[in-house]
Design a protein around this ligand. Structure first.
Ligand SMILES: NC(=O)C1=CN([C@@H]2O[C@H](COP(=O)(O)OP(=O)(O)OC[C@H]3O[C@@H](n4cnc5c(N)ncnc54)[C@H](OP(=O)(O)O)[C@@H]3O)[C@@H](O)[C@H]2O)C=CC1
Ligand SMILES: CC(C)(CO)C(=O)C(=O)O
Length: 302
């Protein structure tokens, strides 16, 4: 099986390392990472095990055909990589292994073969050739986008699982992507702005803000026709408090880490998507809008 990973950073390089024992993998990444990996291998630490991995990577992609093309850029770069590598898509299954709302919809403009995914594992840079896998909030979910599942989806999920990344298939992956987006809307920007781990966001003043974020986002998800497993915002908040925060309570959000590392956050594709889609449906989203502005303010102050 031939797998190409486009925009490999913390997530993509770690996934490439894990898959490399079971498939032919190539990671397209920035030169500084490719040089560091060529010199010293890719070093993984944390809950997925410790080891040094060697796999091919570089700034440009080898010729196809590819069975799977995994996009693991930040959301802002999804269209750019689609434009640049569309000539390789062919009959490959193109997979969004990203956070945020709208990535699969962009990819679908370039190919009919779109697989969506929801990943809730934490990946933290330690060096240009080193990533620490920090927390595991559940299985990675794969599904045909926007819904359904088939042999290509199952093969990919099985490959991830047999490579040590526990995964499953859902016939409602859009719902899984939105469920993670609500989690990210609630926890990531507040954790970044207040510089605290997820567990601290259970404190009453933070939870009051999260309650409003989720109420707005839940209303927008309904207007978009997304069927979440939870039937109301209040039910989602209970799920967040009791099931999603506890296993990742000590985690500092990836937006916190982006700001600390001098990178732009994805807030425009998370809370910002709620604001844009809310406007489309005439749903007011003042708390999400304020969170977007606070996060950009924080980005500018660094
Ligand atoms: N880190 C985490 O814990 C988790 C992240 N995610 C999601 O996964 C996605 C990836 O996150 P993450 O790996 O942390 O992000 P990173 O920023 O570490 O990796 C993305 C990489 O893509 C590179 N890139 C962008 N455009 C191109 C291009 N045209 N060619 C080659 N490389 C390119 C970026 O380079 P440059 O920075 O120079 O633009 C960057 O190195 C995001 O959607 C994120 O939200 C999901 C779960 C957990
Ligand atoms: C908890 C984690 C790492 C899971 O993906 C996350 O969502 C984030 O920090 O953005």
């Amino acid at each position: 099986m031939r797998i190409l990973i486009l925009g490999a950073g913390a997530v993509g390089l770690t996934v490439a390392a894990k898959l490399s024992a079971h498939a032919e993998v190539y990671a397209v990444c920035r030169k500084r990472y490719a040089d560091a990996i060529a010199a010293n291998g890719f070093v993984m630490t944390g809950i997925w095990g410790e080891g040094t991995y060697h796999f091919p990577c570089g700034e440009s992609a080898p010729a196809g055909p590819w069975d799977y093309i995994i996009i693991s850029t930040k959301s802002a770069a999804t269209r750019e990589v689609c434009e640049r590598y569309r000539h390789l898509f062919g009959d490959a299954e193109v997979v969004s292994l990203q956070n945020g709302i709208g990535n699969e919809e962009v990819i679908r403009e370039y190919t009919r073969h779109v697989i969506g995914a929801m990943i809730i594992t934490g990946f933290e840079w330690r060096a240009e050739n080193a990533v620490h896998v920090s927390v595991d909030g559940g299985e990675t979910v794969f599904g045909r986008f926007p819904d359904g599942s088939d042999a290509a989806v199952r093969t990919l999920a099985d490959l991830f699982s047999s490579s040590g990344m526990r995964s499953c298939v859902s016939s409602a992956v859009r719902s899984a992507v939105w469920s993670k987006a609500l989690y990210s809307c609630s926890l990531n920007p507040l954790g970044a702005v207040m510089e605290c781990p997820y567990g601290d966001l259970l404190r009453v003043p933070a939870w009051n803000i999260i309650t409003e974020i989720v109420r707005e986002a839940f209303a927008v998800s309904k207007a978009e026709g997304v069927e979440l497993p939870q039937k109301s915002a209040e039910e989602y908040l209970e799920f967040l408090r009791n099931e999603k925060i506890p296993p990742t309570a000590g985690h500092y959000s990836s937006m916190y880490q982006d700001i600390a590392g001098g990178r732009m956050t994805e807030v425009d594709y998370i809370n910002g998507a709620i604001v844009r889609l809310g406007a489309k449906h005439g749903i007011a989203t003042p708390v999400n809008r304020t969170i977007v502005n606070l996060t950009h303010f924080k980005e500018e102050l660094r």
